[in-house]
Design a protein around this ligand. Structure first.
Ligand code: SF4
Length: 405
């Protein structure tokens, strides 16, 4: 029988670490990072010991039956995984997603784990290798679907190498690993040469050591670049290794850094790049004033990636949200031309003071049709304040202001 359903509802299981260290069990992780969506639980909390598989499959059957009736959870309605497909009525698991560790070896400024001391250092409370072995022994686990990791940093999991090898050696056709790339995994290098869909995502977010350190909080740019290179060279499908760039305002939201990122990724043998934005920009209305700048940067990245002969991964959740904003505001964006000008004194002012003035101008004028910013400087100051003028220009670009001198 065919029906519109999803492979994770049919035969998926997702183990996710909660803030208290225990684990919750769901179908999938796909909508986890999107705040308005919440998934149904298969088991609210797992805290070690045996899993009641009868209960899990009873819950899965209820959700499968919903799909047979053409009914879907809100979280699933717009999901790309929901597709017309052949179904069966057997109870087994073939898609495993593991996220039972929030610990991480980098500390990204944009990550909710990086800024939360407890989550960032949380020890692994439960091991899932015995659970997976038990599933295999009971014939509940089949290696015909996928193994996906989420985190924290998955390669820090106590049994990461053993679990990955177990799936690779049993010919799993798909593995998905988002990783910091700081720790190179031997089992993943092996997976690259054996698994047809071995997808690895590394957010390097920069084109040089200095910017990397500012975003990630540690000095590991060369290690990460080396991991990108090693995985891409080992992968039977090099375009399955993605170098990712998450734009963070005030740090890497400029064309120069994007150019360096593309160049370094290309040198490392990377064929696929992904450009994304930090999630608060698209989900927090007070950040709307930055969205035009970010969408222009996205377009710039796409143009430069194509010119470099590389591919751009366009299916990134926050970019899709940004693109929706662009289509909703198409007319406003097209008609967004400066109205009048306001003179701005930059002498003896810090960038913070100037940013505050720009915020005030936006508050008084809305984010659209902003006035041009006329810098209040004399002919000599054009040269003596060169660095400050450049900094102000970058700041104004971020807020969508045109600068005149
Ligand atoms: S349709 Fe999407 S959100 Fe729903 S269970 Fe499947 S993958 Fe998860």
């Amino acid at each position: 029988m065919t029906c519109k359903t999803c492979r994770f509802i049919e035969h998926g299981i997702y183990f996710k670490q909660l803030d208290n260290g225990n684990i919750t069990i769901k179908h999938c992780c796909n909508m986890d990072s999107i705040p308005e969506n919440e998934q149904p639980h298969l088991q609210e909390e797992y805290n070690g010991g045996d899993i009641d598989w009868n209960k899990i499959f009873e819950n899965k059957r209820k959700d499968r039956d919903m799909c047979r009736r053409g009914e879907y959870y809100d979280v699933c309605k717009n999901c790309w995984e929901l597709q017309e497909q052949e179904t069966d009525e057997e109870d087994y698991i073939s898609h495993v997603t593991l996220a039972h560790l929030t610990k991480c070896n980098s500390r990204c400024v944009y990550c909710y784990i990086g800024v939360n001391k407890e989550l960032h250092n949380a020890p692994q409370k439960y091991r899932l290798l015995p659970v997976l072995e038990d599933m295999r022994n009971k014939n509940i686990l089949r290696f015909t679907g996928s193994l996906r990791y989420m985190g924290g940093e998955p390669t820090l999991l106590e049994d990461f190498e053993t679990i990955t090898n177990m799936f690779v050696d049993n010919n799993i056709p798909e593995i998905y690993l988002p990783t910091s790339g700081i720790k190179l995994s031997k089992s993943m290098v092996k997976a690259c040469s054996k698994v047809p869909n071995c997808c690895i995502y590394i957010s390097i977010d920069s084109g040089c050591k200095e910017t990397y350190k500012q975003i990630k909080g540690l000095d590991a740019y060369d290690l990460v670049l080396n991991s990108l290179k090693t995985y891409a060279n080992a992968n039977i499908m090099p375009e399955h290794v993605t170098s990712k760039y998450i734009a963070v305002l005030g740090i890497n939201d400029n064309k120069k850094e994007i150019d360096k990122w593309i160049e370094e990724s290309k040198k490392a043998g990377i064929k696929m790049l992904a450009f994304d934005v930090e999630y608060s920009y698209v989900y927090d209305s007070k950040n709307e004033k930055y969205l035009k700048h970010l969408s222009q940067l996205r377009d710039y990245a796409e143009q430069r990636i194509t010119q470099a002969g590389l591919k751009m991964d366009k299916y990134v959740p926050y970019i899709q949200k940004l693109q929706n904003w662009v289509s909703e505001n198409k007319e406003k964006i097209q008609n967004d031309t400066p109205k009048g000008s306001i003179s701005l004194n930059i002498t003896d002012k810090t960038l913070n003071d100037i940013e505050e003035s720009l915020n005030k101008i936006i508050e008084e004028n809305s984010i659209w049709n902003k006035p041009k910013i006329k810098l209040n400087i004399n002919f000599i100051q054009r040269f003596t304040l060169k660095k400050q003028i450049e900094d102000v220009k970058v700041l104004c670009e971020r807020y969508g202001f045109e600068v005149i001198i």
